[in-house]
Design a binder for this molecule. Structure first.
Ligand code: SAM
Length: 252
């Protein structure tokens, strides 16, 4: 490949992903801000606005180790009137303990310690340790790209959602403007690994990051994969010219 990684088989990919997030966990927040110039916060904010969860939502946030989506979810609901005190809940599931610990520590700092509101689960998106028909919403933010068998993760998302439940995914996608794509490519191929070295002291994990973005299916292909898993009314929205996209679907 461009980045010195050989073509990896499925087991190797899982190991590689695990190693990558083990290495970047402690500098995860700093790197996100640096690489996206803080824009990932806007993308995540918009993602939550599009989900627009009502009180009573039981959310499963997969690959959610850092807690970014879970905290936004709780914050969003806190700002909506709730005269009947309907409780909501989020389960954060991640395959990597170090990433979960990043989230758990942030939760303590933010005061989100009530297990009735949030809990943390070690688990693989491809084989969720969760009963079928359990959640009213499933989110995955900058996570599905790292999963070895995307189809399996989508099948699992479908399985654990209740009928009527909503799937939402925020992920890097394909830039739709040729000139911008060229600029974006040169930025990510050259600047991101260098930033990784300077800020996080790690070069290779950020090479992996760029490579995984390039390999991820484009908006239409991913939409079709979501439909193939059984979801209906599947739509997507490009943010920042398709640098990222929000895909949404329903289990009907
Ligand atoms: N959702 C967070 C966000 O938006 O900032 C974290 C995204 S981080 C780039 C990707 C996360 O996916 C890591 O925490 C990693 O451990 C997790 N991950 C990778 N493969 C996974 C899998 N098969 N199942 C669950 N989580 C996985």
């Amino acid at each position: 490949t461009h980045f010195g990684y050989e073509t990896v088989d499925e087991n190797e990919k899982s190991e590689k992903v695990h190693e990558v997030f083990e290495k970047v966990a402690s500098s995860y927040d700093k790197m996100n801000d640096a690489m996206s110039f803080g824009v990932h916060r806007i993308w995540k904010h918009l993602f939550m606005q599009r989900l627009n969860p009502p009180h009573g939502t039981e959310l499963l946030d997969v690959a959610g180790g850092s807690g970014d989506i879970a905290f936004r979810f709780l914050e969003y609901l806190k700002n909506q009137e709730n005269p009947d005190n309907v409780p909501s809940h989020v389960t954060v599931c991640d395959i990597n303990e170090a990433m979960l610990n990043v989230g758990i520590n942030r939760a303590k700092k933010l005061g989100y310690t009530d297990e009735n509101q949030i809990n943390w689960l070690l688990g693989d998106a491809e084989k969720l340790p969760i009963e079928s028909d359990s959640f009213s919403a499933y989110t995955i933010s900058f996570g599905i790209r790292n999963v070895t068998r995307i189809e399996k993760a989508l099948d699992e998302a479908y399985r654990v959602l209740k009928p009527g439940g909503r799937f939402m995914c925020l992920e890097f996608s394909q830039v739709n403007n040729e000139l911008l794509r060229q600029m974006y490519d040169s930025y990510s191929f050259t600047v991101i690994p260098v930033m990784g070295q300077i800020i996080a002291g790690q070069w290779k994990p950020y090479q992996y990051l760029v490579e995984s973005i390039r390999k991820f299916p484009d908006q239409e292909t991913f939409k079709k994969m979501i439909e193939d898993a059984g979801f209906r009314s599947v739509t997507y929205e490009n943010l920042t010219f398709g640098v990222v996209a929000i895909h949404s679907g329903f289990k009907l």
